[in-house]
Ligand binder design. Structure first.
Ligand SMILES: NC(=O)c1ccc[n+]([C@@H]2O[C@H](COP(=O)([O-])OP(=O)(O)OC[C@H]3O[C@@H](n4cnc5c(N)ncnc54)[C@H](O)[C@@H]3O)[C@@H](O)[C@H]2O)c1
Ligand SMILES: [Zn+2]
Length: 366
């Protein structure tokens, strides 16, 4: 078991990573002097697979548990669903010290976190992420929120959990496509700052590419620890995204364009980000920020891990560019890009031209 501390101005937000970490939960709640009521927000898929494990954690304690199951899927990450969570909290007379626990992937975590942030102006919140993406990314950093018909994550709040419990064995049931999705963020941490992680991914690429976490817990524990540590360090230094945190957008500007252009169906977020990283590497190389050898090394890791590095012809360059226009990362009409200058080092470039981007996206089709 390993504990990483995410530090904000107010306090420490520990992240416990390993096997059987849920056993720590009653002790953590006791130390935090929370109330006796706990609302668990999850969905049917996760609850059927792992609900019993979570319930067993509370077998010896006398908390009153309320299970709120919401339908599975990004399309339910809405104000309406938040409203149903709030309705239950009100109906069950939740008070200031009572707890809201998110048990699921990023969708559940973002939404439950937002409900916790706004109910009575904030009640204690615990994150138990069950997807790789949520364990290495979404559940860490305190960004919570929901989608709006006009765009993703348009409504939200920064709200930190009192702790995050990253239980490896939950990933044993995760479909491979979801593993691949989280893996893109892992590669991102390697490229933007963690050369040790990047080399580890290179060395173990064959095993990792099987996307079989169940039989390789130790390997994945390293990967998750490193990734969580990186995100926690970045967020601790820049909680509100005034600077450093922006580096986490590497691969995401074009990635979001691809997701939008393919109507969020053809590619998962991770696959789109992998393509976005490939295009960003090319932008860096054409802009003479990055040498050919490094570009090749980073792109070839993406390939080895099983990411598609060619964009489907049905997703046109113009549609990708159009999709990028609604991105929050565009400031004053200019495109800001996080681009690598070497393995483990990135810079922000805010005068990338549309033509450069067009060529880079065009080349994804080649
Ligand atoms: N807050 C942040 O900083 C942040 C960062 C990145 C992404 N996000 C958000 O995260 C969301 C995506 O999260 P996600 O990729 O975890 O998707 P998700 O929450 O939709 O989970 C993916 C699928 O896996 C299922 N699942 C979850 N755990 C499982 C398990 N252990 N075994 C089997 N199936 C399981 C879910 O029911 C779902 O069908 C998006 O809404 C995105 O905006 C937030
Ligand atoms: Zn991402």
């Amino acid at each position: 078991m390993k504990t990483i501390n995410l530090k904000t101005k107010q306090q420490n937000h520990p992240i416990h990573i390993g096997e059987n970490v849920l056993t720590m939960l009653p002790g953590i709640l006791e130390t935090a002097k929370t109330g006796q009521k706990i609302a668990i927000v999850s969905n049917q898929t996760i609850w059927e697979l792992h609900g019993e494990t979570l319930l067993a954690t509370f077998a010896e304690s006398d908390y009153t548990l309320h299970i709120i199951l919401i339908p599975d899927g990004e399309s339910y990450k809405t104000m309406d669903t938040v409203q149903t969570i709030l309705d239950t909290l009100i109906e069950k007379h939740f008070e200031r010290k009572d707890v809201l626990l998110a048990f699921g992937g990023g969708v559940i975590g973002d939404m439950a976190g937002f409900a916790a942030a706004i109910y009575l102006r904030g009640i204690p919140f615990v994150q138990i992420p069950t997807t790789l993406l949520a364990q290495v990314d979404a559940a860490i950093g305190g960004k919570t929120g929901v989608n709006h018909p006009s765009g993703k994550n348009l409504i939200g709040a920064f709200y930190q959990p009192i702790c995050t419990l990253v239980e490896l064995s939950f990933l044993d049931t995760l479909p491979k496509k979801e593993v691949l999705c989280g893996l893109a963020e892992v590669v991102k941490y390697g490229i933007i700052g963690n050369t040790g992680l990047f080399k580890y991914l290179e060395t173990h690429s064959e095993k990792i590419a099987t996307l079989n976490i169940k039989d390789h817990h130790r390997l994945w524990e390293y990967i998750i620890r490193w990734s969580c540590g990186d995100k926690a360090t970045i967020v601790s230094a820049d909680e509100r995204e005034a600077g450093l945190r922006e580096n986490l957008n590497f691969g995401h500007t074009i990635g979001h364009g691809i997701e939008s252009a393919s109507h969020y169906t053809l590619y998962s977020h991770g696959e789109a980000v992998a393509l976005g990283m490939k295009a960003a590497l090319e932008l860096a190389e054409t802009g003479r920020l990055l040498d050919k050898k490094s570009t090749k090394r980073m792109t070839s890791l993406l390939k080895k891990l099983g990411f598609k590095t060619k964009l489907d012809s049905s997703v046109t360059t113009e549609a990708v560019i159009e999709g990028m226009r609604t991105d929050k990362k565009i400031r004053n009409g200019k495109l800001r890009f996080i681009l690598p200058t070497a393995l483990g080092t990135v810079v922000t470039i805010d005068d990338v031209t549309m033509d450069d981007v067009r060529i880079a996206v065009d080349n994804l089709h080649a």
